[in-house]
Design a protein around this ligand. Sequence first.
Ligand SMILES: *Cc1c(COP(=O)(O)O)cnc(C)c1O
Length: 399
Amino acid sequence: ATPPALSESKGHPSLRQVLAEELAELEATGLRRQRRVLESPQGTRVKVDGRDYIAFCSNDYLGLAAHPELIEAAREGAARYGVGAGASHLILGHVAAHHELEERLATFVGLPRALLFATGYMANLGVVTALTGRGDAVFADRLNHASLNDAALLSRADFRRYPHLDLAALGRLLAASGARRKLVVTDAVFSMDGDVAPLPDLIALCERHDASLLLDDAHGFGVLGPGGRGTPAHFNSGSPRLIYMATLGKAAGVFGAFVAGAAEIVETLVQQARPYVYTTAAPPMLSVALMKSLDLIRADEWRRHHLRNLIALLRERLQPGRWRLAPSSTAIQPLVIGGNDEAVAVSEHLARMGLLVPAIRPPTVPQGSARLRISLSAAHSEQDVAQLVEALREVEKES
Ligand SMILES: *Cc1c(COP(=O)(O)O)cnc(C)c1O
């Protein structure tokens, strides 16, 4: 006869029982997340469970995710290269479309070389683990994206976090560090707050303390700066110490990410970044779609112009009441509610009114700062924003 599982045989709860209790705890504290099933393309008009909504949920800031020209480019890419790369980049998965996109991305952001990664999460893991290890130090803003934190932990470097945007604290940590290599890592536009890191000051600090800077521009690429060239272009700021990372599944509307910087950095990533080396190359059809996306990002200044107008309109109309907008000038406009249950209740109330705005709870944001993450897109109309403001006023009055 097969023996019973060890844990159960000794009267301990089984793994399944422990997990069931932990899940019940999530439920009880309002932290259990539910996935909605989207039945339409991503956009500002979506269908969920057979019902139509206006959505303020996506990172598709320029409205490119379902653009007909991108769809056509993907179709052409599939016809030319098939749907799967079939191998990693270092074997035979590095296709002409990947190569050309890398060259165009480097030119676009004005850096010597660029390297594609399958996702932004993997790009951050790849950069930090390839460039730092034991004896090195990683300095991180407390509100950085989870992928940067995971990367630092995986790297085995000394991991130091400084209070959000507190450059004086960062300066003290850098000055006190005896690490061999120092790497500062930061979101450029903070993903749950929408505020922008002061890049020129960060670069100056890195230069003073002989540190490198990994800038994660997931929410700035395509949106900020002339031509959508991102946060460095927005500040007209750069440095040989800058390692630039941006995702291609947000404003660019497709999927993937890239890292750009000095040739020695990028070649080191090709050789050493494990999430680059040990994974299948992304479908080349995505690179074909991304080249079209890059053309539209560059050419369609009106998308960024319209988006800026919508941001101003929302902030002007949504005067602070019990809930207030965090101080953000970007497409990410967080309405801070506080409690987890209340944030979820507001989100659900809006959904009953036909408006989808996600509630963001801990651990994604600090305890007590649950919020609605309103994200605006160039595909929204002024009328959409006006409708959201009206609905929020009504919900605030009723709750
Ligand atoms: C979305 C995001 C990532 C991860 O990018 P993916 O391509 O979705 O894996 C990394 N950093 C930040 C700041 C992000 O917002």
